[in-house]
Design a protein around this ligand. Structure first.
Ligand code: ZN
Length: 139
């Protein structure tokens, strides 16, 4: 069962199987192409298992970076964390615009930095682990 648009009147029709079909509204006969069994996976779509921990890590590194920077000495830690969070946000915004494979390569590099940031931000560390575990899903 799939929804087709009648070429005669534009009505949305439920057609149970491919072949010759007739519209119940305007009686136009038309040929229904069989649908592809499975929708091909969008090569530009990176799985949420990777993008969600990336953005969580980005937000927490931003907040932790600001908190560390607010203390004078902490800027040594805070500024690299803020820089990392900018890279995390930038990469996150590329989801859907670059191939998932390329995204996965970039996220692998960022995850390494997240592990370092993890010494000062445990959430970033956990996110890095989730990203690295899920990277195998992108081929
Ligand atoms: Zn029709």
């Amino acid at each position: 069962m799939a929804i087709y648009t009648c070429p005669g009147c534009g009505q949305q029709l439920d057609i149970p199987q491919p072949g010759l079909a007739a519209c119940g509204h305007c009686r136009t006969q038309f040929h229904v192409q069989p649908l592809v069994a499975a929708q091909p996976i969008d090569p530009l779509h990176t799985p949420a298992e990777i993008t969600v921990p990336l953005i969580i890590s980005g937000v927490t590194n931003l907040l932790a970076g600001l908190a560390w920077t607010a203390t004078c000495l902490g800027a040594i830690i805070g500024i690299p964390m803020l820089t990392l969070s900018i890279f995390e946000f930038r990469l996150y915004s590329k989801n859907g615009h670059i191939p998932a494979k390329k995204f996965s390569d970039s996220v692998g590099i960022i995850a390494c930095f997240e592990i370092f940031a993890g010494f000062f931000n445990l959430i970033s560390f956990v996110c890095a682990m989730v990203i690295l575990l899920n990277r195998g899903k992108v081929r």
